[in-house]
Design a protein around this ligand. Structure first.
Ligand SMILES: [Zn+2]
Length: 368
C-alpha cells in the first residue's frame, strides 16, 4: 500500500542501511524542464508592513519575470516546488521549534519586523511562513535536480541563519541543512557535501547544524563586522574568509576563487550547495560591502565554472540581498551562466512559450 506519511523507513534497520526519507517534495521532472525551481507562492507579503524592513519582498517573482522576458524560461519549462510539510521540516527541526512558530511574536523576532507580533498567527502563517515553506521545498528539490542534471537553481531559499532549533535574520527554516540531509538519506551517491556560502553574512544556521559533522565541509566568505557575530558557529567553518566593510570586486573575486580552489583540493564533495546571497552589492544597508553588479555576475560564473569543470553537481539558492536592483542582477547572472554554457537545457529551449498565461493543453502536451 502507498504510504504517504513522511517517516523514516528502515529507522531501526541495520547499521549500514541508509534511512530513506519518504517525501512528496521530490517530484519527477521531465527533460524538457529547466532544473530551475520557482513558484509564485515564494513571494512574501506583510500587508504593507514590509515597508518597515529594508526588503524587496517580491524579488523572487521579479527574477522569474526577467528570465521569462529574456525568453530563457516560461511557465511550462520551470519546475514548480511543493510546500515543505511539517513532517519534512521535522527531519531537521525540533517539534518545539516548529511549535514556537505558532506564536506571531517568535516570527516577528525572526523576520525583524516587530509589528508582525500583532498579527493573528493564521495571517503570519499564510503571508510569511507559507512562502518560506515553498522556498524550502524548492531548495530540497533543486538539490535533487542537481544530482540528476549536474546543476540546479532555486530562485528562492538560502535561509542560512536558521538552524534546527533556532530561527533568525529573516530565516525561519533551515533549507540548506534539510536539502543536504534529504540527499544523504535518499541518494546513495551523496556522502559528502560542501557548502559554499558567499552571502555577505556568516551562515551560522547550517554551521550550527553541521558542527560535529565531518561529511559536510563549509566555506564561508562574509563581512566580519556585521550580524550575526556567531563565534560558536564559526568553529564549524573549514575555510573561513572574513572581509572588512567596503571590500571591492578585485579583492573579493580573488579571495573567492583562490579559497574555493583550495577547499576543493582539501575536500572532495559529491555535491556543492552554493548560497549566492547578493547582499554583497555596493550600497546594501545590511551587507556593507562594495561589490558591483558585474562583480556578482563574475562571482557566480567563477563558482559554476569551477564546480562544472570538476563535474561536481551544484545547486544555487539566492539567499539575502533585497535592494530594488537585486532581482535584475540575479536574473542577469543566470543569463550569463547560460551564455557561457555553464548551464543549459536544450530540450526546454525547444518548447514554445504558451500564449498568455499557462494553458492546460500546452502544459500536458509539453512532454515528448
Ligand atoms: Zn545576508
Amino acid at each position: 500500500m502507498a504510504d504517504n506519511s513522511n517517516t523514516f523507513k528502515d529507522r531501526d534497520g541495520g547499521a549500514d542501511e541508509k534511512p530513506t526519507y519518504d517525501t512528496s517534495l521530490y517530484v519527477d521532472v521531465s527533460d524538457s524542464q529547466w532544473p530551475i525551481v520557482y513558484g509564485p507562492e515564494y513571494n512574501i507579503g506583510f500587508l504593507g508592513l514590509e515597508k518597515l524592513h529594508p526588503f524587496d519582498a517580491g524579488k523572487w517573482g521579479k527574477v522569474y519575470q526577467f528570465l521569462k522576458d529574456a525568453k530563457m524560461i516560461h511557465d511550462n519549462t520551470v519546475v514548480k516546488p511543493q510546500e515543505a510539510s511539517e513532517s519534512d521540516l521535522l527531519r531537521v527541526h525540533s517539534k518545539e521549534y516548529i511549535r514556537s512558530l505558532k506564536y506571531s511574536l517568535t516570527v516577528a523576532s525572526i523576520t525583524e519586523v516587530p509589528p508582525v507580533a500583532l498579527l493573528p498567527n493564521m495571517i503570519v502563517q499564510w503571508k510569511v511562513l507559507k512562502p518560506m515553506r515553498y522556498q524550502t521545498g524548492g531548495t530540497i528539490l533543486a538539490a535533487k535536480l542537481a544530482m540528476e542534471r549536474g546543476w540546479g537553481i532555486n530562485i528562492g531559499g538560502g535561509f542560512h541563519h536558521c538552524s534546527a532549533d533556532r530561527g533568525g535574520g529573516f530565516c525561519a527554516y533551515a533549507d540548506i541543512t534539510l536539502a543536504i540531509k534529504f540527499l544523504m538519506s535518499n541518494n546513495s551517491s551523496v556522502t559528502k557535501a560542501m557548502i559554499v556560502d558567499l552571502d555577505a553574512h556568516q551562515g551560522n544556521g547550517h554551521e550550527r547544524d553541521f558542527m560535529e559533522d565531518d561529511s559536510v565541509y563549509i566555506m564561508d566568505v562574509y563581512n566580519r563586522g556585521i550580524y550575526p557575530h556567531d563565534g560558536f558557529a564559526k568553529r564549524a567553518i573549514r575555510k573561513k574568509v572574513e572581509l572588512s566593510h567596503h571590500t571591492e570586486d578585485n579583492e573579493y573575486l580573488k579571495l573567492v576563487e583562490r579559497n574555493l580552489k583550495e577547499s576543493l583540493n582539501e575536500f572532495h564533495p559529491n555535491v556543492i550547495v552554493y548560497n549566492a546571497g547578493t547582499d554583497i552589492l555596493d550600497g546594501d544597508p545590511l551587507g556593507r560591502l562594495s561589490v558591483t553588479a558585474k562583480g556578482i555576475i563574475a562571482r557566480d560564473e567563477i563558482v559554476f565554472k569551477i564546480a562544472r569543470s570538476k563535474n561536481i553537481p551544484i545547486f544555487m539558492v539566492t539567499s539575502g540581498g533585497y535592494q530594488r536592483s537585486t532581482a535584475r542582477i540575479i536574473a542577469d547572472s543566470v543569463l550569463n551562466l547560460k551564455s557561457k554554457n555553464l548551464i543549459g537545457c536544450p530540450e526546454a529551449e525547444r518548447i514554445p512559450a504558451p500564449e498568455g498565461s499557462l494553458s492546460r493543453r500546452s502544459f500536458f502536451g509539453s512532454r515528448r
